[in-house]
Every structure is written in structure tokens, then in C-alpha cells.
Design a protein around this ligand. Structure first.
Ligand code: F6P
Length: 365
């Protein structure tokens, strides 16, 4: 009987997931008698009745490294420890189905699990490992907010898309003497915002790590206008907040969705700028999921492929309870516990922030 490895993709999708899946399958094919199985929509596939699982062979994964999304689907609602069960009144109750999941893994004679996912998914991996599951994590998030790895794949594709958006906004802002505000993703950390603001040449960048002072933002805006001529491009992360204020978002009505749905801080900022007396015309663009879909750039395909190969080699080495990590120039294994301990924030003394300040960018502080 072949040895079996189960692959799941969990949390929000991210360019490069398919490249990881393909690399796992291709690396497994180098060994004698290994079968790779995918569970549809993370662990949900195993828990559904009938089960939704697929065999992933080289034929199934041929050429998928260039495709965005994930061929085995994903979910960011619930999971084995908080399976959402709908109540008659439309509300939902989280039910723990983790023991059932482990039983199914055993019944299918699965030797190891590779869980590709972000912070929430890797916390689930840690809990399953604590319950005896032979699990390995592969970090993914466009937000790049997972600690214990220098970069996650998908992040640089998102930065590329956000930067191209800044480029486009600069030309229209300059033509109309306008303030253009671009809202990008980044719940806890402002990596996409800061990278794209520097690369695209925005004048202001507001990130979750630095609550902004509207008076200081106004100082920068005013310095850019003379006799109503001038323009400003502002990049703001969805998780940014004013000094003493809270994040902007709504509670989701979707069953099992536990995160606050962030979004709209750019409109809030527009109002704050108007309230501060600015008469320039302002336009807001919320980039949203455009920065999460589509074709991964080459560097993300490369990192994803490195992660996939390493993950399977960790399976061979029985190096469970760990997460694949990129520590330049190495691909290493770090304990899941370490990886999920804290977010990867932009350090206040980082060279990246120094660079931004060095080119005169306002960070609202
Ligand atoms: O965590 C990744 C992320 O893309 C966040 O930046 C964003 O807030 C969230 O996912 C959006 O998730 P959803 O796909 O549920 O809208």
C-alpha cells in the first residue's frame, strides 16, 4: 500500500498556492510509492458527507504553478475546531469536530498532512499536532504578517499589483490636481502598503503599526499644493487607524466567519481630510481582492515551489509540528508554536521605514 500525504489549503487564497501543491506532488513522485491526496476547501472536504477528496498526481497538477487561487479550494470560515452549525434563527454555533477529523485521517491511512495556510490555519495545525496529528505547515498570506519567515509567497504579487495601481493613480492625480487615496489589504501589518507606496512613489503611507495623526497628514498634503496646483497619492492599509481611534470594518453575517471584515478606512480618511479644511478634490480607490487573485509573479512561484519541495522532504524526515520558513537564503523548518506566537509587524526602526522617511514620505507620525 502506498504511503499517503494529505494536502489542504486554508484561509484566504493567495497567488502561489497551486505552485506549492504542484511542487509537493512532483517531489513526492521522485520517491517510491507515495500518494498525494487533496481535501477540498481545507479540512472541510474530509468532514463533508460524502467526503470531498481528490487524488493529486502529476497529471492533475501539470502547469498549475502559473494559476492563481487553489485547485483544491479553500475556506476562511470555521474549521475543524469551530465547525459552523446554523441555528433556526440564522445564527450559528461553533462545533468542535477535530476528533472526528483525526479519525477520518486515520481511516484513510494518511501518514502525514501538509497544511498550507496563514495565521489562523497554522494555529489549527498546532492544535492538531498537539492531538497527535503528523502535520507540517506551509505559510501563506498576501499580508506577509506571519512571523518566523522572511516572506510568504503571494505577498510580492500583491505588492506588484498595488504598485501598478499607485503608478496609475499618480498620472490621473497629477492631471487633475487631486488627492488620490488607495486602500490596500493588510489587517495587522502594513507590508503591502509600505512596499507599494515606496515602489510607486506615494507621498503618504498609513499602516496599522503607526496610528496616524491627521494634522501631520495635512501638513504633507498642504506642502504638495500651491495655488490649488499639485497632487498627492496616499496609500493606506485596511487595518490603519487614526491616533486614539479604531479600525474600520463590519461584523460579517456569513456563518463561521470570525474576522472583522475590514474595509472603508480610505473613505474615513477622505472625510477627515475634508473636515481638516482641504478643498482639493479627493478620489478613493479600494483595491480589494484584485490584489489577491490572478497569476503569481515569478518570485512567488519560486518561493512557493521551494516551500512545496521542503514540506514534502519534512514529511520524509518525519519533521512534524513544524512550518516551512524562508530565512534568506535558506528554506528551513521552524516550530509551529514559534510561527504562530506573534504577527510579523513592520519594526519601528526598520530600514524600510527609514527608506520611506528618507524620501520624504509622511507616515502620519
Ligand atoms: O488575510 C488576508 C486577507 O487578504 C486580508 O488582508 C483581508 O482583510 C482578508 O484576507 C479578506 O478576507 P476575505 O477573503 O474573507 O474577504
Amino acid at each position: 500500500m502506498p504511503s499517503k500525504v494529505l494536502v489542504v489549503t486554508g484561509g484566504g487564497d493567495c497567488p502561489g498556492l497551486n505552485a506549492v501543491i504542484r511542487a509537493i506532488v512532483k517531489r513526492a513522485a521522485q520517491e517510491d510509492d507515495w500518494e498525494v491526496i487533496g481535501s477540498i476547501e481545507s479540512f472541510n472536504g474530509l468532514l463533508h458527507d460524502p467526503m470531498e477528496i481528490v487524488v493529486l498526481n502529476e497529471y492533475a497538477v501539470a502547469g498549475i504553478h502559473v494559476r492563481g487561487g487553489t485547485i483544491i479550494g479553500t475556506t476562511n470560515k470555521g474549521g475543524p475546531f469551530a465547525w459552523p452549525v446554523k441555528n433556526p434563527d440564522g445564527s450559528w454555533t461553533p462545533v468542535d469536530r477535530s476528533k472526528e477529523l483525526l479519525q477520518k485521517i486515520q481511516d484513510l491511512s494518511i501518514d502525514a498532512v501538509i497544511s498550507i495556510g496563514g495565521d489562523g490555519s497554522q494555529k489549527i495545525s498546532q492544535k492538531l499536532f498537539d492531538m497527535g496529528c503528523n502535520i507540517i505547515g506551509v505559510p501563506k498570506t498576501i499580508d506577509n504578517d506571519l512571523s518566523a519567515t522572511d516572506f510568504t509567497f503571494g505577498f510580492r504579487t500583491a505588492v506588484q499589483i498595488a504598485t501598478e495601481s499607485v503608478d496609475k493613480l499618480v498620472t490621473t492625480a497629477a492631471s487633475h490636481n487631486r488627492i488620490m487615496i488607495l486602500e490596500v489589504m493588510g489587517r495587522e501589518a502594513g507590508w503591502i502598503a509600505l512596499h507599494s507606496a515606496i515602489s510607486g512613489g506615494a507621498e503618504v503611507c498609513l499602516i496599522p503599526e503607526i496610528p496616524y495623526d491627521i494634522d501631520l497628514v495635512m501638513q504633507k498634503i498642504n506642502s504638495r499644493f500651491s495655488n490649488e496646483k499639485g497632487f498627492v497619492v496616499i496609500v493606506i492599509a485596511e487595518g490603519a487607524k487614526p491616533k486614539g481611534g479604531a479600525v474600520t470594518g463590519t461584523t460579517s453575517q456569513e456563518a463561521g466567519y470570525q474576522n472583522i471584515r475590514l474595509g472603508g478606512v480610505a473613505y474615513k480618511l477622505e472625510q477627515e481630510i475634508k473636515d481638516a479644511g482641504c478643498e482639493a478634490s479627493i478620489r478613493v480607490t479600494v483595491l480589494g481582492h484584485l490584489q489577491r487573485g490572478g497569476i503569481p509573479i515569478a518570485l512567488d512561484r519560486l518561493l512557493a515551489t521551494q516551500f512545496g519541495v521542503k514540506a514534502f522532504e519534512m514529511v520524509l524526515d518525519k519533521d512534524f509540528g513544524k512550518m516551512v520558513s524562508y530565512r534568506h537564503p535558506y528554506i528551513v523548518a521552524v516550530p509551529l508554536a514559534e510561527a504562530t506566537k506573534e504577527y510579523n509587524f513592520i519594526n519601528k526602526d526598520s530600514y524600510l521605514l527609514q527608506t520611506a522617511r528618507g524620501i520624504g514620505m509622511s507616515l502620519g507620525d
